[in-house]
Every structure is written in C-alpha cells, then in structure tokens.
Design a protein around this ligand. Structure first.
Ligand code: FDA
Length: 500
C-alpha cells in the first residue's frame, strides 16, 4: 500500500474524537480523522437517510444478516427483528462471551444511534467517578462548553405536560411518585422545538416516527451536525470514512505508522494503506481504543504500554426492564423516541439508581413501561487481547451484573407494590424480567490516571493519547456522553498548550 504523512491523526468520530479534531483544527494542526463507518448524509431510494425501528433494513446493522434489537420480543413473539442484507449499517452489537456491547458505526459514532440524553452528573458524583480530575474547571468551563456545543436543550414544560407523545413518560412519573420516588427532566440533544412541530404536523417526523437506535433523519443534533462540521470548517481537518485502523507501530524517530483497511459499503476490501503521523489520538470508543493499544502492546509493536491496559471496564451498571401497565393506563400509539424524564434515586445510599423512562415506539399499545436503569455496580471487567483471533475479548461474567439487578429491583419492586403492577417477562426473548446481558454505555480500559496521565497522554510513549469513553473507569452513574465530551475538551486544551 501507499504511505501518506500527516501531523495528527484522530481514530474514530464519536464524542472524544470529534471534540479533539475540532480543537486540533482550531489550533491550526492539520488533522486526519479516520472512521470505519460511512457518512450518513444521503437519502436512500425510499427518500430516507436512516430506517426506522419498526421496519429495519440493511442500513440498520453493521454487517449482519439479521437485526439484533435490544427488546427481543413482545409477548415472546419475535416481532422486532428482521432479516437484512449485510451492509455498513449504523448500529453494531459486539458479541462477547457474557456481555454484548451496542455501538454506533459511522461519522458521529454513538451520537447517530443513541437516545440523545445529555446528562451532567452531580458534582459530588463526579469526584467519585474521576477522583484525579479537579471538578472546579469541569463545572465552571468544560461541562457548560460541552453542553453548548452538543446543543443540549429541554422541552417547554407546558408542551410536555400536554403532548400525546410523552404520555408514556407522564404515566411512569405518576407511578414513581406514588412510590415516593422523584423524577427529573433530562436535557437532550434532539431539538425539542422540532419535536413540537412534528407533533403539530408541521414538519417531517423523526422522533415521533419510531426513529431511534438506527438513526434519525431529522431533529437530532448528532455529532455530524455539531462538532464535526465545526472541525471540518476550520479548514485543517480531513475526514476519511469506511477506513478501519487495524494496527499501528512506532518508528525509531517517534513517528506513529498506522495500517488501515478501506472497505466499500458492502464490506468488500478496497485496499490497505499506511498513514504516518507525529501525534496520534485514539477515539475509537472503549472497546476500539483499548483493542488497538492491547494489540500494539501484546504483539510487541509498543511493548512498553502499561500493565493496567484493559482494566476497570464496566457497563455503567445498565439494566433494562419493563413493567406491565393496567389496562386503563394507556400510553398511546405515538411515543417520542427520545427519552425526557428519569426516575432519580441517586441519593439513596443503599440502591442509587438513575432510571431513564424509555420509549417503546412500537406504534401499537403495548401496555408496557420500559426503563434503562443506570446503577452504581462496583464490579469491573477486563478487556484482553486474544492472539489466536487477533481481537479483543471482554472478560465480564453475567454474575457480575447481579448488583445492578438487585439495585434496580429494590426501586421497581416498590413502584410495582405502590401501583399494584408487575414486571413484564415477555420482552427479552426468555422469561427474565431484568436484561443486563448488553450495555449501551461501555466505559473503561484505558483509565485516566492509570493507563494515561491526568490528561489522556498514554504512559510510556510520547504524543500518544486516548480521548474517549475508555478513560472513564466503568461507571458514571448517569448517561455518559456529556462527560466524555467535557473531559475531551479539558484534555485537548492542555495537550495543545503543552505538546504542540
Ligand atoms: P463512540 O463509540 O461514540 O465512537 C467511536 C467511533 O470510532 C465509532 O464511530 C466507531 O465506528 C469508530 N471506530 C472504532 N474502531 C475503529 C477503528 N479501528 N478504525 C476506525 N474507526 C473506528 N449516552 C448518553 O449519554 N445518552 C444517551 O441517551 C445514550 N443512549 C444510547 C443509546 C444507544 C442505543 C447506544 C448504543 C448508546 C447510547 N449512549 C448514550 C452511549 C453513548 O452513545 C456512548 O457513550 C458514546 O457514543 C461513546 O463515545 P466515544 O467517544 O467513547 O466513542
């Protein structure tokens, strides 16, 4: 393959990567962004960029023959998943022995597929999550900056109380309050004014047309509408899509040399190339960045990478569950795909839980209330490099998820008791009420202060950085992307001031 040379490379285009690319570009550093997925800016034959949740097609999934939705069944019926053609689709479910990890694929990473919930942790919690980071500048400067850049906004309260599309959230709020739990509004990067106009029939529908997890055609300020155009607009950042970094090494003069593989949208390999750079930023996500570093260490390319690599991985205590609603408690046919409320039990010392009230945008009355509970499960797993398959393995046992289930159960047992309701046992393929064999929030593997210094510089090597969710040790107590972004802002500022 050919070899090109650039001053800086950013691997990935999720929160950490996009933030870093903007700050490098703004500082005048010519930067190449490499993303294994495609750019999602062109409508297909049906006039849509993305497919919706109810009729998933090839665009939904990263090289699968069948979709793998988080809600496996309704009334045990496999109504949700579809056969699809293998394609560079937007959602990937990475399979490991006892845990699956959902990630976004494409320009914008997880921002393309996620629920858009933009949550800033409480300051006391932050000190627990990242004890090595001074909270003062985070809360004075970097969290507000991240929220502003990401376009976090909140619904008009009067509209929220009235609109059919949040009947499901108001019902869950009522049930939580009856059990003595408080709820809180959660800001979102989906434009709530656009959603209001969707509800009024004034604009094409997206959040109100079952669009979530496989992308949103309208309304959502994913990174390809915020940080990434700003980065490209500096004139110093170039984006190369459908390009996967397979490995990298370091030459005697300190130059990093990446091996990359280019594919087309059907997965055909179009060629390999080497890219050399002086500064290398890993923003490939918790699994992606950790795998690249482990491969570099364990194959001997960068033998001095630290021993803590791969450690302190966690699923952010994620547990999904459903409750059965009474026949008279209907939630309506149209549910906004973007969550807007959370049950806030974070201050309970025994069972701290932040449970997002999740939609079931099935287009039918399901008599189900769905939740994604975020618990503070202290269990941690480990990512390892498996030489035989040249890939990462996630060491996480299903039993390690039990503390998450216990905490969620303590909260939702009380809600069920207060309302005379029960759990749904038909949603996860078998009869379980609590599903935590997957996570939306993979965190850790290259933990700040262990594998890197306090600003994301990888120990043992110069000009090598981690910028994404792998810096955070396994848990944030709330949805993580604002924290990932704010931390990337903070680290980029320091690195640009000192290393360039
Ligand atoms: P992220 O995973 O976003 O980006 C990594 C990028 O690198 C990807 O685009 C990937 O394709 C690319 N890549 C990986 N390896 C590569 C390689 N070798 N070469 C080239 N490119 C490579 N969070 C939240 O705060 N609020 C919410 O509401 C939700 N909801 C939600 C729903 C769903 C369905 C999911 C899957 C996730 C969420 N999340 C969420 C989680 C959130 O999206 C997640 O924490 C962030 O996207 C993680 O950001 P990172 O920067 O770590 O990487």
């Amino acid at each position: 393959g050919r070899r090109t040379t650039v001053p800086a490379v950013v691997i990935g285009s999720g929160y950490g990567a996009a933030t870093t690319a903007l700050r490098l570009g703004s500082a005048g550093v010519p930067t190449l962004m490499l993303e294994m997925g495609r750019l999602w800016d062109t409508a297909g034959a049906d006039g849509s960029i993305f497919c919706d949740m109810l009729r998933p097609d090839h665009r939904s999934s990263w090289f699968r023959t069948r979709t793998e939705a988080p809600l496996a069944s309704i009334l045990w019926l496999d109504l949700v998943n579809r056969e699809v053609k293998p394609y560079a689709g937007v959602l990937d479910r990475m399979h490991f022995d006892e845990m699956d990890v959902y990630v976004g694929r494409g320009v914008g990473g997880g921002s393309l597929v996620n629920g858009g919930m933009a949550v800033t942790p409480e300051r006391d919690d932050f000190a627990r999550i990242l004890p090595g980071v001074d909270p003062e500048p985070m809360y004075r400067r970097y969290y507000p900056l991240a929220n502003r850049m990401l376009g976090a906004n909140s619904p008009d309260p009067a509209w929220f109380e009235d609109t059919d599309c949040y009947a499901y959230a108001r019902l869950s709020r009522r049930h939580a309050e009856r059990a003595g739990f408080g709820t809180t509004f959660v800001p979102n990067v989906y434009d709530f004014d656009y959603m209001r106009r969707e509800a009024a029939g004034e604009v094409p529908k997206s959040a109100l047309a079952s669009e979530v997890i496989y992308g949103n055609d309208h309304g959502k300020r994913s990174l390809d509408k915020s940080y990434i155009p700003a980065a490209l607009g500096t004139g110093n950042v170039t984006l190369q899509t459908l390009t996967r970094v397979t490995s990298f090494r370091q030459e005697a003069d300190g130059t990093y040399v990446l091996t990359t593989e280019r594919i087309d949208e059907l997965g055909e390999v179009r060629g390999t190339a080497e890219i050399a750079c002086e500064h290398l930023f890993l923003g490939a996500g918790s699994l992606g960045s950790t795998e690249l570093l482990l491969r570099a260490r364990d194959t001997g390319a960068l033998p001095d990478l630290p021993a803590g690599l791969g450690e302190k991985w966690g699923p952010n205590g994620n547990v999904m569950l459903g409750r059965a609603n009474h026949p008279w408690d209907t939630t309506g046919l149209v549910q906004s795909g973007m969550p807007a409320l959370g049950i806030d039990n974070r201050h309970d010392p025994d069972n701290p839980v932040f449970a997002e009230i999740a939609p079931v945008p099935a287009g039918i009355e399901t008599w189900a209330s769905l939740y994604l509970a975020i618990t503070r499960n202290p269990e941690r797993g480990r990512i390892e490099y498996d030489a035989a398959t040249d890939s990462a393995r996630l060491r996480w046992r299903e039993a390690q998820g039990q503390p998450s289930i216990d905490a969620a159960k303590a909260v939702f047992d009380r809600i069920n008791q207060a309302n005379g309701t029960a759990y749904r046992h038909d949603l996860f393929g078998d009869t379980r009420a609590f599903e935590n064999r997957f996570t939306y929030h993979p965190l850790g593997g290259c933990v700040l202060g262990d594998v890197t210094d306090a600003y994301g510089r990888v120990r043992g090597y110069r000009n090598l950085y981690v910028t994404d969710g792998s810096l955070i040790p396994g848990s944030t107590g709330v949805n993580p992307f604002v924290t990932i972004t704010a931390l990337a802002e903070r680290n980029a500022e320091r690195v640009l001031a000192e290393d360039f």
